[in-house]
Design a protein around this ligand. Sequence first.
Ligand code: NDP
Length: 419
Amino acid sequence: MARLLIVGCGGVASVAIHKCCQNSDVFTEICIASRTLSKCDALKDKLSGKTNTVITTAKVDADNVDELVSLIESYKPDAVLNLALPYQDLTIMDACLKTKVNYIDTANYEAEDTENPEWRAIYEKRCKEKGFSAYFDYSWQWNYQKAYKDAGIMALLGTGFDPGVTSVFSAYALKHYFDEIDTIDILDCNGGDHGYPFATNFNPEINLREVSAPGSYWEDGHWVEIPAMSIKREYDFPQVGMKDMYLLHHEEIESLAKNIPGIKRIRFFMTFGQSYLTHMKCLENVGMLRTDPVEVNGVSVVPIQLLKELLPDPATLGPRTVGKTNIGCIFHGKKDGKEKNIYIYNVCDHQECYKEVESQAISYTTGVPAMIGAMMVVTGAWKGTGVFNVEEFDPDPYMEALNRWGLPWVVDENPATVE
Ligand code: NDP
């Protein structure tokens, strides 16, 4: 029925591609296109003969709009699923616009070169106006609203787990459980253990930048920024147990603040063990998280990129990781004049993910919703012209698909809340 071009062939893409191949009634043809063709071919070889989906591969530099345009023109997909890095969001959006093809991603745009003066001027203006200093925000992609509308195509932004499923949970809570939602606490718990002293569960560069940046939350119509890791809480996660969690800035806060009417506060917490935090602080203190180039024996090296080469490849953590993730949202609000709390969450087991698709749960919990978002677009279950975040659509078909495709969820109507 549909032909999907998938850009990127890393941890998340591998899961999404496995899931598209399981869902071959919808995804009759896929093209896996990435920078390293051999990775695309290896995945194709692994899946061929086990699926009815017809798989082709291509080499593409997703920083290059012309290369993307010629690939799209030759493959003629119904949609492009961007599972490369946030650095490539705008070039892939530009190529989709030029070819009038729908666009889907899992993470908002982030500049690779944060020293670029043109980018820096816009960034500093935004920091002053909005009050948060993260290197990523939605304004770059929301700016495509008119162009996408005029072209008669849609962009679906942020269909991973967080953002993605947590945003759909919010739309679902609002539709079925509340007249108004006052607060949302998004809790992201990874209770998995890979046995290494230090490793990141997805792209180290993206992960470490996110975690070492100041935290922030939305309250009473504005952002409140705090020093990194300065707000800590404990929570007893169903099927995982008691964990320390820390308030972080996270991209879905920005879109939920815009799309959930009357919302008063949105916070995001992620669990970290003490060993992870000690390693990260040490790496930060010695400059290994720096994103600007330094000269080493006449060679230009970006410290965080060197660190990425030294750390275990997230794609190899699957067989070693045991334990579960629990990711969800606690909502507080009113229904029929009465105050209430509900907690919607998913629990995912690292080893079960590995058995099914040879990936750990972090890639799994992102790759499955990436496939589901693409399915919403190519089947027309979600349609429109312009640029959308997932919470702007009817959550019901997406919630059904989560149950069907490996991420079943639970609604707890009497949860413990976070102080
Ligand atoms: P990986 O680093 O494992 O994979 C990235 C892939 O993109 C690699 O195959 C890489 O190619 C390819 N790539 C990078 N640059 C280019 C380029 N210029 N042209 C073509 N291909 C390129 O990352 P993940 O799979 O962990 O993450 C993928 C995306 O998912 C990221 O945007 C990340 O932020 C997002 N994410 C979202 C989450 C959510 O819940 N919403 C959670 C986790 C991740 P090569 O193999 O050559 O390096």
